[in-house]
Design a binder for this molecule. Structure first.
Ligand code: ADP
Ligand code: MG
Length: 478
């Protein structure tokens, strides 16, 4: 009782943001591991407290994303516990402080309110759009040319984007269409272009929209009888950026509206920038007249990055987040994650998370563990049974012969090969392997291994058979 009233008294007097945050930390500290606490909570800096609105500074966007995804509930409950039901928390990202952008964690902490709806493609853009009406352009300041790593794979697209950003509507690259696979930097580059054009005063009215957003807004405009307003809005832009136009497929009315928007802007000498996952001429379900419009400017592709570029990207992302990763780890990730830059980032995040949550050192072993999970290359371990089956299929023998006593030459060879592969491809001990082959002892397994190993040195056909079997088993375990 006495403690309670003490706490209340304290709450009334402790109003400085530092003190409030200290009290939050005291609660949080008990609920997370020491390493997590040090990694994620100690770096947070309380900035101000206005009424029940607390603003916390975090070091980077990456940091914010992580905390938001993993500790949102914990932080929310903590703040409510300390500041009451009407508490609100805002994040300020220090690397973007110049933009003076704040990210509210939620509209309101009251659980009765609906959570923010995240758009699957870019939550931050939506958050900004919802909460910061002044950023009408929907641009994400996080994406700039400075933090876009240049490589052979994106050279043309990047150069074109820079030229267009510098002189929107004034180059022959109109429209500029950037195409390429998912996670290769199309969205990043388009935001960079638009951010640059806006900041450098090359374009005043700029808007970024995904084709989905364009479609949804258009449908809503029809329903609310505001098609004219909708059309006027987009047709008043100096720079119109529409992402992922493949989603226009099959949406005829939207396409029709977009066609007219395109023509209006084009005739006014305004810049249009589009992205797609395939070259325009391969777009399915799009009106021919649109496709031919898309082809009258420059079409630039982004290819998967080469190894050097992937390493450079990882280095940049680590730097941005003040992480120091051993070069070997960076190279290991870059060598294994080849097709998608988003996955590269995902690996980095998971690596940090695993290190932090499991209290492990960041090294190649940890990286290997992370890769298994992140890169959809979750290898299920190969089993001895699987090896026996595959080997017997290959030699066209019944499986039980491997466990039988027979010393027939062909069976002996198949058995030795299976033992060899079991030793090579599984973690099973020699004893376990022996048991799987009719209870033979470990020296038999060693002997088999050696025999196979020796024969691969001299018999090319045999070696090729072994390699074939290995590949087959490894493929089936992906
Ligand atoms: P896409 O739109 O092609 O699917 P994004 O633009 O969303 O891909 O890129 C995925 C992630 O990879 C983003 O976080 C982006 O910042 C990053 N990224 C892509 N290309 C580069 C690059 N060249 N340099 C730095 N980061 C990159
Ligand atoms: Mg994209």
């Amino acid at each position: 009782m006495e403690t309670d009233s003490l706490l209340v008294a304290q709450a009334q007097t402790d109003t400085s943001h530092q003190q409030i945050w200290e009290r939050c930390l005291a609660l949080i500290r008990d609920q997370v591991s020491t390493l997590s606490f040090k990694t994620w909570f100690q770096p947070m800096v309380p900035l101000k407290l206005v009424g029940e609105e607390l603003t916390i500074q975090v070091p980077s966007q990456f940091f914010y994303d992580w905390v938001e995804e993993h500790y949102n509930t914990l932080i929310r409950n903590t703040i409510i516990a300390i500041l009451g039901q009407n508490a609100r928390l805002y994040y300020s990202i220090s690397s973007e402080e110049r933009q003076e952008e704040l990210f509210p964690v939620a509209e309101n902490f009251s659980p009765s309110l609906a959570p923010i709806q995240y758009a699957p493609f870019s939550p931050h853009i939506l958050m900004r759009a919802e909460h910061l009406p002044q950023t009408q352009s929907n641009l994400n300041p996080r994406y700039t040319f400075e933090n876009f790593i240049k490589g052979d794979s994106n050279q043309l697209a990047r150069a074109a984007a820079m030229a267009v950003g510098n002189n929107p509507g004034g180059t022959s690259f109109n429209p500029l269409v950037i195409y390429g696979g998912t996670g290769l930097g199309k969205t990043h580059l388009m935001h960079a272009l638009a951010n640059y054009a806006l900041a450098a005063g090359k374009a005043k009215r700029v808007v970024y929209a995904s084709s989905e957003k364009f479609t949804v807004d258009f449908v809503e405009a029809i329903q609310t009888d505001k098609v004219t307003e909708f059309s006027n809005f987009y047709r008043s832009m100096d720079l119109l950026v529409v992402d992922d136009i493949q989603f226009f497929a099959g949406k005829e009315k939207t396409q029709d509206n977009f066609f007219h928007t395109f023509n209006t802007l084009y005739q006014l000498g305004k810049q249009i920038v589009l992205s797609s996952d395939v070259p325009p001429k391969e777009l399915k379900g799009l009106d021919e007249r649109l496709i031919s419009r898309f082809q009258c400017g420059l079409t630039a592709d982004i290819q998967p990055p080469d190894l050097e570029t992937r390493i450079a990207i990882l280095q940049k992302k680590s730097e941005e987040n003040s992480l120091e990763l051993p070069q070997g780890v960076l190279e290991f990730i870059a060598a294994n994650v080849t097709k998608n830059i988003r996955e590269l980032e995902g690996c980095l995040i998971s690596l940090l998370a695993r290190a932090s949550l499991e209290n492990r050192e960041i090294n190649i072993d940890l990286a290997r563990d992370v890769l298994r999970v992140v890169v959809n290359e979750v290898r299920t371990p190969i089993t001895i049974e699987q090896i026996q089956r595959t080997v017997c299929e290959f030699f066209d023998l019944p499986e039980d012969l491997l466990r039988a006593k027979t010393r027939k030459q062909e069976v002996v060879i198949a058995r030795q090969v299976a033992m060899y592969l079991a030793k090579d491809l599984t973690n099973a001990s020699l004893k376990t392997i022996g048991l799987h082959f009719g209870g033979r002892d470990h020296s038999t397994v060693i002997h088999a291994y050696q025999a196979v190993e020796d024969r691969t040195q001299t018999d090319t056909q045999f070696r090729q058979n072994i390699e074939h079997l290995k590949r087959k088993l490894e493929l089936s375990s992906r």
